[in-house]
Design a protein around this ligand. Structure first.
Ligand SMILES: Cc1ncc(C[n+]2csc(CCOP(=O)(O)OP(=O)(O)O)c2C)c(N)n1
Ligand code: SF4
Ligand SMILES: [Mg+2]
Length: 345
């Protein structure tokens, strides 16, 4: 047997979470309800709702500082129905390992019932892709603990008024990178590629995936897979943010779809060390769906309103380069092998 495919030794029982077969079969119960104070149209709030709907009631949620902590737990109120805990900005990885280890020890000592408990630790892009990268990396090496780290990526340090992060796209207007007469484009970095980096760099990790809440059933099924596969897992979600991206809140769903259809946010998963595309990304690669020009996506957002045609052409060329040379830029080469079916369990 391939050593890499061995199942880690696990003391903690794993949940059985069957795939949801269509939106009508999704559980009706909500574990993230009313009472939060996120902006109208906040996609990250939807991510929280779908995440815990998929996981179910035996779930503990840990959240690092950011919009999804602050707006969901303000002044003695909370929209969480399941137990939750705040953790430091940058510590979603250590909070996940500590909580999973704590439950394992309590079960081993017979102090609590032996049962599957989902540990989900979420972080923003500032807290996860920048400040907490090392803690997430450490967490993904501890194969004995079952947990999911979910990075909700609104592409800025949103809670402190939209500062640029390592996840902010090229050219976007943020409070750290305002466009002006002297410099039209202040932010010239290309977005950090978290999921691919973590998949490539943590060969024992059994599940890494990207998601977008505009595709709700696909989203929930990735959460279920990550929670039930065993060991530490990671999911990266792209979340349109009306405030930071500067658009009408009614466009959140559409912008999530456009990000995938324009090829800027490929949907993929690395499950038991095999790369697999899914959803509309797979349809694009198989020729069943046309990849849309990125202009439609960019021009719906005020943060790119200063772009000239040359800027849009540059952005498009970078995406084209990714699709022709690198599916996952710089990490995973583009080839038809990525169309492999799901590996046997
Ligand atoms: C160590 C530390 N530095 C700075 C802050 C201030 N702070 C609170 S929330 C936040 C933004 C976090 O951004 P992100 O993780 O992307 O989450 P978002 O607010 O975008 O949801 C910052 C910088 C903090 N709480 N702790
Ligand atoms: S700033 Fe963005 S992420 Fe934060 S609550 Fe508002 S819409 Fe949501
Ligand atoms: Mg953020």
């Amino acid at each position: 047997m391939d050593a890499k495919l061995q199942v880690p030794t696990l003391d903690s029982p794993l949940p059985v979470l069957e795939p949801i077969k269509g939106v009508k079969k999704a559980p009706l119960e909500e574990y993230f309800t009313s009472g939060h104070r996120t902006c109208q149209g906040c996609e990250s709030a939807l991510v929280m709702k779908l995440m815990v709907k998929a996981a179910g009631p035996r779930t503990v949620v840990l959240g690092s500082t950011g919009c999804m902590y602050v707006a969901n737990t303000t002044y003695y109120s909370t929209s969480w129905v399941v137990p939750w805990m705040h953790t430091q900005l940058g510590s979603s990885g250590s909070a996940a390992v500590g909580t999973a280890a704590g439950y394992r020890a309590l079960m081993r000592k017979g102090k609590i019932k032996r049962e599957p408990i989902n540990v989900i630790s979420f972080c923003g892009d500032g807290g996860g892709a920048d400040m907490g990268l090392s803690a997430i990396s450490g967490a993904l090496q501890h194969m004995d603990y079952n947990h999911l780290i979910l990075l909700y990526d609104n592409e800025s340090y949103a809670n402190t008024d939209i500062q640029a992060s390592g996840s902010t796209p090229y050219g976007a207007n943020t409070t750290f990178s305002p466009h002006g007469k002297a410099k039209r484009i202040l932010h010239k970095r290309w977005k950090k590629n978290m999921a691919a980096m973590l998949a490539a760099g943590h060969p024992e990790c059994r599940y890494v995936g990207t998601v977008c809440a505009s595709y709700a059933v696909d989203f929930m099924n990735r959460i279920r897979k990550a929670l039930s596969i065993g060991g530490p897992t990671f999911i990266h979600s792209l979340d349109p943010c009306p405030k930071g991206w500067d658009y009408d809140p009614m466009l959140s769903h559409e912008l999530g779809e456009l990000a995938v259809l324009a090829g800027i946010w490929p949907l993929f998963e690395v499950e038991q060390h095999q790369l697999r595309l899914y959803g509309k990304t797979r349809a694009i690669v198989e020729g069943r769906q046309k990849r849309l020009p990125v202009r439609d996506y960019l021009m719906k957002q005020g943060r790119f309103a200063h772009f000239t045609n040359d800027d849009i052409d540059y952005f498009q060329a970078k995406i084209d380069e990714m699709w022709t040379r690198w599916l996952i830029p710089g990490v995973l080469p583009f080839s038809t092998d990525v169309l492999n079916e799901r590996p046997p369990a």
